[in-house]
Design a protein around this ligand. Sequence first.
Ligand code: C6P
Length: 428
Amino acid sequence: MTTATNMTGAPGHAAAIPSDGLAALDPHRIRQDFPILDQQVNGKPLVYLDNAATTQKPRAVIDAISNYYLNNNANVHRGVHTLSQRATDDYEVGREAVRRFINAPDVNEVIYVRGTTEGLNLVAHSYGRKYFKAGDEVIITGMEHHSNIVPWQILRQEIGIRLRVVPFNDDGELLMDEYESLLNDRTRLVSVVHQSNALGTVNPIAAMAELAHARGIPVLVDAAQSVPHMPVDVQALGADFLTFSGHKLYGPTGIGALWGRSDLLNDMPPYQSGGEMIRSVTFEETIYNTLPHKFEAGTPDIAGAIGLGAAIEYLESIGMERIAAYEQALLRYGTEKLGDIEGVRLIGTAEDKGGILSFHMESAHPHDIGTILDAEGIAVRTGHHCAQPVMARYGVPATVRASLAFYNTTDDIDALVTAIDRVIEVFG
Ligand code: C6P
């Protein structure tokens, strides 16, 4: 289904990844798969560096979605007619692609959700409401996205749980001793971001899970920013739940996945209820459907799931290790270039880090910087990135965030540097 290009020109053939990461793939060939990138913005070639907010979509994804609407549109799991069967088959192909992509043991453990936010809420409201009681503790970190803070605060209000927060150092690395000392007999869940959207830090999930599991505590991983940029294996990580969004993974908006261990999911109550999640209904009693349907009430985002499957197939045809090697090299290049600019303070300098270049300048407000960059055709995100506690930790109201994808080039970084020079000309 996919038409991905790679260095070998042969999709699926994993040639050795060169030690110079920038040679791991040819971004110029990759860019041909992303029609949106070939345009001018404000009279300048578009430089899209807002990939942590959402990534662009390859033609393979756009084609898969339009093929569904052009040829196969029907509801899933509901009809014996041919279109419904085709739609159901393609929808389930997407689920199997997710399973394969994160190396989940069983496809029925993969639940389609709207995105990471819904995945986190599902666990909080289903698992949390069933198992947590007053005084129980949930451990998160100081670098969580709001979507991994607020659901637990709602449970704090409703049930009286305690939220414990693992701090991090100035580089943006978790203090593992503090984490270890927070784990105790009242801890019911560790819910942690894999890669921070504001700092880029990649957290040591496997080590954290090992410590949690030694006390029988399950671990929920927010993988919104990691699955698009590195190989992620739920079994190697030791995760018990893991969730991500399709739209950051070169797939469509409105779709994502929650994976969970089947023994945990089987014992959890439904999160939403209605059609599809039932086996039988009478006015006296409802018997719930099996996994994954128990958690997929109502008509799902069928086109989204098909698009997500196509995005995963596309990424597989290039190889996540190749993508990670390239993006790491691009990150090193960008870190060096931005580090050389006087007045630019990089926020997030962890040793283990993904392609996020978050920075602050005393001389100019991030929104003014963003406006000047936009005039140069450069798309970055400015603001608190839905991680206000991170901004508070560094004493800044907001940052400018350039976030990388494998279709970005060193030319994109150079354009960013030139535009920052322009900011310095204007604001000093
Ligand atoms: N971060 C960003 O610009 P949704 O909105 O459900 O697809 O993803 C929420 C989410 C959860 N966790 C992390 C680590 C995230 O980065 C995000 C989304 C975007 O950084 C939009 S705020």
